[in-house]
Design a protein around this ligand. Sequence first.
Ligand code: FES
Length: 157
Amino acid sequence: MSGILSDGLAARISGLAARYPEPSAALLPCLHLVQAELGWIPAAAEAELGGLLGIPPIRIREAVTFYSMFRRRPAGRHHIRVCRALSCTLQGSGDLGERLRARLGVDPGQTTADGRFTLEEVECLGNCENAPCVLIDFEEHGRLTPESLDEILEGLD
Ligand code: FES
């Protein structure tokens, strides 16, 4: 391993990029691979990924900052994203956010001191019919109340 990306990850990225007519078209799935291995996408990883895909790091930074699923800071073991878009707000996502801030003792964008949870507020999760919604790691939870959200959190390690 010579950089922040392991040899195995670099090989997977190169293999994935080879499936596309233009290696740059593999940018989003490659960013998912990087985040899955590192837990977030540091600047050094952007630079190495740019080298592997043959695209300027600024294009990678643009994608990382545009899509809310990519993290630019280390995250907790569980990543909680509260939808703050209109449908969820009208159905009470503000109450969910308040409950989470009080329970976890952090504001959106922060990670708990024990490293268990990172809290974020995000735009529409695409599950408006089940508002209010929260995404925890990769699982969507809808029609939540502060109490049902508490129950979900108590089931997490
Ligand atoms: S507004 Fe919350 S999922 Fe769409």
